[in-house]
Design a protein around this ligand. Structure first.
Ligand code: GDP
Length: 458
């Protein structure tokens, strides 16, 4: 579908800055250029010029760059105007460009969407642009760049190729029914299918790490009031964020701190002092805390080591523990060892309710806090990302899982029934699931959803 719109948006963030960039893309970009700069520019050459409105009033002066399609980010004609980054100047420039017939404001992500539609990028690469901009750790940024450079797409494409080849081989067998059984039982099909499944498995593991890098994990810090939850959160975050006082129930709302261990973002949720309360505001805080706890990946149960020898969270706070989702992994943190005289470190304790890892530390003196970081690295599977790790999203994981399910069904058809046609169909469906990742088969709805989450001007 040919795009006839010319779109414009500010590519730099709103607010004041040294430079502000307005980007124009579409068939009228050259016209916009001649109106604003009064000149026809040689593509890919920087010009220092006054920017004028339709009445020849100078709005600003700056650098203009023209890219002739298809050799541009979007694949269309693109104009970039680099002016002074003040909101009034940027608004005036935008306004004068928008007065030209046929030019409209770009939707969020529309430049990237256009690049995707013009085959300048596949969908994972376009998503990687947003992930690079949104990255909240160096590792996440590095991995987003890997995806942008095609590391993820290449692996998906080569797996797709293997599946297509095998499908062609199986379909050839179906065309010669008298030979079908021999064909399917000669070992090649089974071997290729095993190889494909193993490759998919490795790719899925890598995508899982990539999703962790992008989304991080939710870790809840819970415990009785005054156990030292806020103090521990401050230690992990490395700054004072929660209000630390010795009045029980000070922490009224769910607070999130973002830290990173091995480059993986951890969203640490400090919960309101969970206790019965008549206070309406506190009740809201308590409800939010429960919502966060139920969705968390891990719970750190903080115990005040200076006031209790009991380690089992069920003995300390039975009604809380009984309300937890059953599969929630729990680590017990014995805090305030500076007062209790215990030694920092990690052990395991067996209780009537199962075995728990216990980390002994002091949020005050910081003894044992590193030990907790190591503990989290291990229990949350935050292995240091390897070179070449790409970033991934939940939708990619879902597609990989779908492909895996089809390959499993195909495997069953082959081994249980020697059913070539059914195997070929499952291979087709597995291939289709992979194509959804790179955007070869993607519904308009999904595209709309993906690109609308981008920022404007990207
Ligand atoms: P929360 O209610 O569980 O969030 O507890 P806070 O973090 O607000 O801490 C309650 C009190 O215990 C504060 O006075 C803290 O300074 C103190 N506290 C926290 N951690 C430690 C620790 O490791 N050692 C000592 N001695 N005091 C601590």
């Amino acid at each position: 579908m040919e795009n006839t719109d010319t779109i414009v948006a500010q590519a730099t963030p709103a607010g004041r800055g040294g430079v502000g960039i307005i980007r124009v893309s579409g068939p009228l970009a050259a016209n916009v250029c001649s109106v604003v700069t009064g000149q026809t520019l040689t593509p890919r050459q920087a010009y220092y010029l006054p920017f004028v409105d339709a009445h020849n009033n100078v709005i600003d002066e700056g650098i203009a760059l023209f890219f002739k399609g298809p050799n541009s980010f979007t694949g269309e004609d693109v104009l970039e105007l680099q002016g002074h980054g003040g909101p009034v100047i940027m608004d005036m420039l935008l306004e004068c460009i928008l007065q030209l017939t046929g030019v409209r404001l770009a939707r969020p992500g529309e430049f990237s969407e256009q690049a995707f539609l013009n085959d300048k990028l596949d969908l994972t690469q376009a998503e990687a642009i947003a992930d690079l901009i949104d990255a909240n750790s160096r590792q996440a940024a590095k991995s987003a760049l890997q995806s942008l450079q095609g590391a993820f797409s290449q692996q998906v494409n080569s797996l797709s190729d293997l599946i297509v080849h095998l499908r062609m081989y199986v379909e050839a067998a179906i065309d010669f029914p008298e030979e079908e059984i021999d064909f399917l039982s000669d070992g090649k099909v089974a071997k290729d299918l095993d190889n494909i499944r193993a490759t998919l498995h490795t790719l899925t593991n890598s995508a899982q790490q990539g999703t962790l890098l992008r989304e991080g994990l939710q870790v809840v810090i819970a415990g009785k009031p005054n156990a030292g939850k806020s103090s521990l959160l401050n230690q992990l975050a490395g700054k004072e964020s929660a209000i630390v006082t010795d009045i029980a129930g000070t922490t009224r709302d769910v607070l999130k701190e973002h830290i990173s261990i091995n480059g993986v973002p951890l969203h640490i949720i400090d919960t309101a002092g969970l206790r019965d309360s008549e206070d309406k505001v506190e009740q809201i805080g308590i409800q939010r805390a429960w919502d966060a706890i139920k969705q968390a990946d891990h719970l750190l149960f903080v115990v005040d080591a200076s006031t209790t020898d009991v380690d089992d969270p069920f003995d300390i706070w039975p009604e809380f523990m009984q309300s937890l989702p059953e599969a929630m992994p729990v680590s017990v943190i014995r805090n305030k060892i500076d007062k209790s005289g215990e030694t920092a470190g990690e052990t395991t304790v067996s209780t009537a309710h199962g075995a728990y890892p216990i980390v002994r530390l002091s949020s005050l003196t910081q003894q044992g806090v590193d030990c907790l970081r190591e503990h989290l690295t291990r229990v949350l599977g935050l292995s240091a990302a390897t070179e070449g790790q790409f970033i991934a999203r939940r939708r990619h994981l879902d597609a990989l899982k779908q492909a895996s399910t089809h390959l499993q069904t195909g495997y069953d058809q082959l081994h249980d029934a020697m059913a070539g046609e059914l195997l070929a169909e499952e291979l087709r469906l597995a291939h289709q699931a992979l194509c959804e990742i790179t955007g070869e088969f993607t519904s308009d709805d999904l595209l709309g959803k993906i690109f609308s989450s981008f920022c404007i001007g990207k």
